[in-house]
Design a protein around this ligand. Structure first.
Ligand SMILES: CC(C)(COP(=O)(O)OP(=O)(O)OC[C@H]1O[C@@H](n2cnc3c(N)ncnc32)[C@H](O)[C@@H]1OP(=O)(O)O)[C@@H](O)C(=O)NCCC(=O)NCCS
Length: 169
């Protein structure tokens, strides 16, 4: 089941969210951190997300089996007057134990439904070139508008390219 968490729900589930992020980073995901990601660093990260949720600039969608969190994705809301029709799908993680069962596809479907509901008609997403999420963006009909070489560092320390996508809803 996928649903949007309140900041309070995120706070209550923070240990599972920490574990989800550490699993993603350990799996080699390029999501802003270098492995090994420590628990305090992951906690700090989620506290920042919760603060942004309180501030109304971030939405957190969570996929869970009963009480077990299997994946999450965030929607970053541009608040500028000329960009308040725009949002960014970001930090999509599915736990390794739950991959290839369609959860990312379902999470992204909910990102689109939520964005439409709140009047956001343009979604942006970027991801590591050649990674699983890039294939997913292509499969979900996102339009690639470019790639930047040497954009981010991989787990092995080398720089890799990032692909940029958009979808008009
Ligand atoms: C990318 C990720 C979120 C995919 O999650 P998932 O739940 O396994 O994905 P799904 O089962 O919903 O797959 C959706 C589509 O993505 C593509 N895809 C996902 N994993 C893939 C893989 N290992 N190899 C090739 N294509 C893949 C396929 O097109 C797939 O559609 P299909 O199953 O009909 O072929 C997951 O691998 C992950 O969390 N990776 C680490 C974090 C990360 O890189 N996040 C992206 C940062 S923006």
């Amino acid at each position: 089941m996928i649903r949007s968490f309140t900041p309070e729900e995120a706070e209550r589930a923070i240990q599972q969210l920490v574990e989800l992020l550490i699993d993603a980073v350990d799996s080699g995901a390029s999501v802003g951190f270098m492995p090994p990601l420590t628990e305090p660093e992951a906690l700090d990260y989620w506290r920042g997300v919760i603060a942004a949720m309180h501030g109304g600039t971030r939405i957190l969608l969570v996929a869970a089996d009963g009480g077990l969190i299997q994946g999450s994705v965030q929607i970053g809301l541009d608040m500028r007057a000329n960009g308040n029709h725009r949002a960014e799908a970001m930090k999509l993680f599915v736990h390794r134990r739950a991959r290839r069962r369609g959860l990312a596809r379902a999470l992204m479907g909910e990102v689109e439904a939520t964005a439409r509901r709140i009047g956001r008609t343009l979604l942006l997403m970027d991801t590591r070139k050649g990674g699983e999420a890039e294939k997913m963006c292509e499969a979900l009909g996102y339009v690639r508008f470019g790639e930047v070489p040497d954009y981010a560092r991989s787990a092995d320390g080398r720089l890799h390219a990032t692909s940029f996508f958009y979808k008009q809803l």
